[in-house]
Write a protein of this length. Structure first.
Length: 279
């Protein structure tokens, strides 16, 4: 149940993004162990289907002006449409910490956004922040090498996750379950390294890329295009300014469903479920 203003909405939730995330306040080691065991089963089934659960929001300042990004491809659009902001601990990081594999990156990085003023004022979890602090959070997570992910819809995104390769359940579908990156997340961009500018420092390879999409050549590094998710973390940290983001050809891109409701309908159709009777 979700209450927005004077309206109450009821809906069934999937395990992710839904039931699992709402356990953040009661997470313990037993729950973490059970979810880790379940991940290999539901992960292969859930993350190999389209439309993808999430889309990647690249570091916006690294998008070339000529690329003409659509609103749903820009993190600033989500922030500017919000009137309330709440930052929570990342449940994926909390889970891995309980399993003895703590992350060395910040934990309180999950951002919730709502179009209604004051809606988070009585939240039992998290910390209410301002719009300015939301932008500061995004800048900090970019510096720490975290990938911005949000719901794979054109309108109504209400969260931004900031994710690392060692903890994130979504990125682990690429890194550990072997599911193609294009099936796991909707990525609108890919990175390209100019070999003439690459100084071979290895920063992008060693520290920044969260999905193993960079490999070493003889003297420089190169992008593995079918693994790249276009997050821009390698672009922002390159000392030789050798990396740039390139927008994928829109002819081959499948735009996100318009809304969350449309997303559920599309996923339902893949399973032969007709939601028309419930409208």
């Amino acid at each position: 149940m979700i209450k927005l203003g004077n309206s109450v909405y009821l809906k069934m939730l999937p395990w992710v993004f839904g039931i699992y995330e709402f356990q953040a306040g009661r997470l313990d080691k037993e729950f973490a162990e059970l979810n880790e065991e379940y991940r290999t089963i539901y992960g292969k089934q859930f993350f190999s289907k389209i439309p993808q659960l999430m889309q990647v929001l690249p570091i916006e300042e690294k998008i070339l002006t000529k690329e003409d990004a659509l609103p749903y491809e820009k993190i600033s659009s989500i922030i500017e449409n919000g009137q309330s902001f709440l930052v929570n601990d990342c449940i994926c990081k909390k889970e891995q910490g309980l399993l003895g594999k703590p992350c060395d990156r910040p934990v309180q990085v999950c951002l919730a956004i709502a179009p209604i003023p004051g809606i988070f004022d009585n939240s039992p979890t998290g910390r209410v922040i301002s719009k300015g602090e939301a932008y500061e959070l995004l800048k900090m997570t970019e510096e720490k090498g975290l990938v911005h992910l949000t719901s794979n819809v054109q309108y109504g995104s209400f969260y931004v996750c900031n994710c690392c390769k060692c903890c994130c359940g979504v990125l682990s579908a690429i890194n550990n379950l072997g599911i193609p990156a294009t099936d796991v997340v909707n990525a609108h961009y890919y990175a390209e390294i100019d070999p003439d500018k690459c100084v071979g420092c290895g920063l992008c390879f060693d520290e920044r890329c969260q999905v193993g999409a960079i490999e070493a050549g003889e003297d420089t590094y190169r992008i593995i295009h079918d693994r790249c998710i276009g997050c821009g973390l390698c672009v922002s940290s390159c000392p030789g300014e050798a990396v740039r983001l390139i927008h994928k050809d829109r002819d081959i891109l499948a735009p996100p469903p318009l809304t969350e409701e449309a997303w559920f309908e599309e996923r339902g159709k893949k399973r032969g479920v007709d939601f028309s009777a419930y409208k």
